[in-house]
Design a protein around this ligand. Sequence first.
Ligand code: XMP
Length: 320
Amino acid sequence: DWSMSAYRAEMIKKIRDQVGTGRVICGLSGGVDSAVAAVLIHEAIGDQLTCVFVDHGLMRLGEAEQVVTLFRDHYNIPLVHVDAEELFLSELAKCGADPEAKRKTIGRLFIDVFDAEAAKLGGADFLAQGTLYPDVIESVSFSGGPSVTIKSHHNVGGLPERMKMKLVEPLRELFKDEVRVLGRELGLPDAFVGRHPFPGPGLAIRCPGEITKEKLDILRKADAIYLDEIRKAGLYDVIWQAFAVLLPVRTVGVMGDHRTYDHVCALRAVTSVDGMTADFYPYDMAFLGRTATRIINEVKGINRVVYDVTSKPPGTIEWE
Ligand code: XMP
């Protein structure tokens, strides 16, 4: 792609000009955006970059290991893997069911953990983030109204003041599909570049209500089965984003000869160009039936599965 290779060269020059001989820290979220930002910046300034992967315990099944392997072993990019699960879960336990409190807590802890890691690394001059264009505009307050944001995207704003670092955000002008083109241009594996977007606050915003490790583990299992079925059906690349949500509602069911009283799992899948608008994906009923049966049979704690048929707007893609 000619225009993307030109963009790549231009961004590399811009990053070098901005950073000079300074040190840069890049937070990896496990998603495509921060990975592409990190690889681009590494290409520009080499080992002046250190990546910090704050593992908040809110990743999907096996995902943390995949990120570490890709960056350390495949790219040889200096990477600090911080296991902060206990800290995040204990602080999230204090948020109750309030979605904004959960997001704000995760954002605050991210900064705290980053601060501590940056200090351990002897400080850095710049903080790199994989902020995209839609993140930027969705976080701008509505004109004329009070300072309301649609959601407090934790990866936008707030960080530089507190950390006294300047921001490096090489993807700020790009939409998701363009980031994927850039990622391929940079040699990231197809399977990684083609991954569905994953939000910074992770599974916390797919687990409405109070967050517990037990619920997260249930959600991880259901989500893995759902994605497995999507891949088997050859639908992964057709769908823009798909995930399971664990509802804080329990309903009555029957398994064999006894009654159950377990959680409801909602499945979400959307098509979209940039995440700003989205349509729910029209699965055939056989797919949904098969997936629901597997989840209920294989995941202890779930006895009912529903499918979300809301488009955006009026719904958002995530449930919180
Ligand atoms: P919504 O739910 O607002 O999501 O329709 C649009 C896209 O943004 C992702 N998303 C986030 N990504 N930090 C992120 O990095 C966040 O706080 C966040 N909230 C939503 C969401 O997964 C979808 O792709």
